[in-house]
Design a protein around this ligand. Structure first.
Ligand code: NAP
Ligand code: MG
Length: 498
């Protein structure tokens, strides 16, 4: 029997005003409906924002350390329910079980980080340019935060957004991706159990076109946090720009791994396999390109192909599965269209390139790990985000050429280099245009206490994660305190008393 997921508005689980619903299904067994979900529109969003606006007045007065303690409790309950959440994620999103556990763990880590931040929500102090005066800054919440999420990290990404926003004193309205509403509903159960007050957290399910747009257009939302495609991100920035909302965008990628001639090849193969085919290539930081020195190309390709062909494709909840399904049929079709594009562009398909339909996998959206060699810089295969288990290998003659190829794309999220040469490693850190660079590790594996985000079309300059996410959800208040007892004029009273 499928579960029912309602909206959560002003402390109550409620149906969409229209009474409409939609289904969420399992990518691994598409015939199985996991839940029936409220299909909301503008009216539901507006009511949620109204509740959040009202609750903000009280929530911002709760001391930040107390808000932190509530988030610590959220973390504790998530620890207790980690396995249950992970099993559900493997069903709803199709992520293999070990990675699903990791996704939940990232949410737990984010809760405990916020708990800690509750005791160090520091401003700055500064001496004044005038005598008998002191200057300082405080962090203030913005108000109601609107959040629009993708499906590929169904727990981690919503927690990255909600926990820092709440700690900062904002209330919120969140829209999960239509492919993974169940996971966010479970997070709400946990936050409610922890004691987050009514109206502070509001959940509105439904399509991006209706619910997403209503969030963008609501004048009472002060900050929008969006993670998703660059295409939708541009739309969001332009609509939110009309009302001068603060907007944080975490968008697409075309991440690459450089392998130099002095690299530990087995280590580089391990990294490529995990980076390219982990989460079936559906991570924003997934390795989509290998840029490899010609001297080690053949050895690397041979080893990688062997390993990719040995990957066990299967049900994501089985412990021995290496590769689960992709999210839905249209994703599968898009991925396969890039196999066709690659062939037409003259790249060489060395393995994969087709849907995997053996045994029980016939009922889901599985795609074989796919590798192309002879991929040319500036071809579509090399430039466009595919978001599936498809890897392009590009041969280069030198380190300088590798840097040129890695940077010649519109995106700039994650990157890595495998080399034993410290000079090359440091030049890579300096010269790769990306928000994240790993040395001798794959392009995936961000830790929650470090800034996360990218340059160029990957974002608009904000960083989630770590201490930097708090910049998204706060405004600075600058305070001047004059205890001289007289009118002092900055920039005008410039003489020094003798
Ligand atoms: P998407 O299609 O852009 O959707 C993301 C969210 O936006 C969903 O909740 C979607 O709702 C909503 N949406 C769609 N159209 C909208 C509109 N007109 N107005 C407002 N909201 C709208 O992306 P996705 O397919 O879910 O996720 C994959 C993409 O996310 C990839 O490009 C990936 O690189 C990127 N991503 C980036 C990061 C990062 O941190 N940089 C992390 C993860 C993923 P529906 O679900 O209802 O369509
Ligand atoms: Mg689903």
């Amino acid at each position: 029997m499928a579960e029912t997921i309602k909206n959560f508005i002003n402390g109550k689980w409620v149906d969409a005003k229209s009474g409409d619903t939609f289904e969420t299904r399992m990518p691994a067994k598409w015939n199985e409906v996991l839940a029936v979900v409220a299909k909301s529109d503008k009216e539901d969003v507006d009511e949620a924002v109204k509740a959040a606006k009202k609750a903000f007045k009280k929530w911002k007065k709760v001391p930040v350390a107390k808000r932190g303690e509530l988030l610590g409790k959220v973390g504790d309950i998530m620890v207790e329910r980690k396995e249950e959440l992970a099993q559900l994620m493997a069903k709803e999103m199709g992520k293999i079980i070990s990675e699903s556990r990791g996704d939940v763990q990232e949410g737990i880590d984010t809760a405990y980080y916020a708990f800690g931040e509750g005791r160090r929500f520091f401003g700055k102090t500064s001496p004044s340019e005038l005598p008998n005066k002191i200057n300082m800054t405080f962090l203030r919440p913005i108000g109601v935060a609107g959040m629009i999420c993708p499906w590929n990290f169904p727990v981690a990404i919503p927690t990255w957004k909600m926990f820092p926003a709440l700690l900062s004193g904002n209330t919120l309205v969140i829209k999960p991706a239509s492919d993974t509403p169940l996971m966010v509903a479970k997070l709400f159960d946990i936050m409610i159990e922890a004691g987050i007050p009514d109206g502070v957290i509001n959940l509105v399910n439904g399509p991006g076109s209706a619910v997403g747009n209503a969030i963008l257009e609501n004048p009472d939302i002060g900050v929008i946090s969006f993670t998703g495609s660059s295409e939708v991100g541009k739309h969001i920035a332009s609509v939110a720009g009309q009302s001068l909302k603060k907007v944080s965008l975490e968008l697409g990628g075309k991440n690459a791994q450089i392998v130099m001639d002095d690299a530990d090849i087995d280590l580089a193969v391990d990294g490529a396999l995990f980076g390219a085919f982990g989460t079936a290539g559906q991570r924003c930081t997934a390795t989509s390109r290998i840029i490899i020195h010609e001297a080690v190309h053949d050895e690397f390709v041979e080893k990688l192909k062997n390993r990719a062909e040995k990957m066990k494709i299967g049900m994501p909840w089985n412990e021995d599965t290496d590769l689960g399904p992709v999210i839905n049929e249209s994703a599968l079709k898009k991925i396969h269209s890039y196999t066709e594009i690659g062939k037409k562009e003259g790249a060489t398909l060395i393995t994969g390139g087709e849907q995997y339909k053996e045994g029980e996998c016939a009922g889901g959206w599985f795609y074989r790990p796919t590798i192309f060699t002879n991929v040319k810089p500036f071809s579509r295969l090399e430039q466009e985000e595919i978001f599936g288990p498809v890897l392009s290998i590009i041969k280069v003659k030198s380190f300088d050429e590798a840097i040129e190829v890695i940077n010649d794309v519109q995106y700039g999220l994650s990157s890595c280099i495998y080399t034993k040469n410290i000079n090359n490693a440091m030049h890579a850190v300096e010269d790769i245009d990306s928000g994240i660079t790993y040395i001798n590790g794959p392009t995936i594996g961000a830790e929650c206490h470090m800034p996360f985000g990218g340059v160029k079309s990957t974002g608009n300059g904000h960083r989630e994660g770590g201490w930097t996410v708090y910049e998204i959800y706060t405004e600075q208040k600058t305070v001047y305190i004059d205890y001289s007892g007289k009118l002092q004029k900055a920039q005008i009273d410039t003489s020094i008393e003798k």
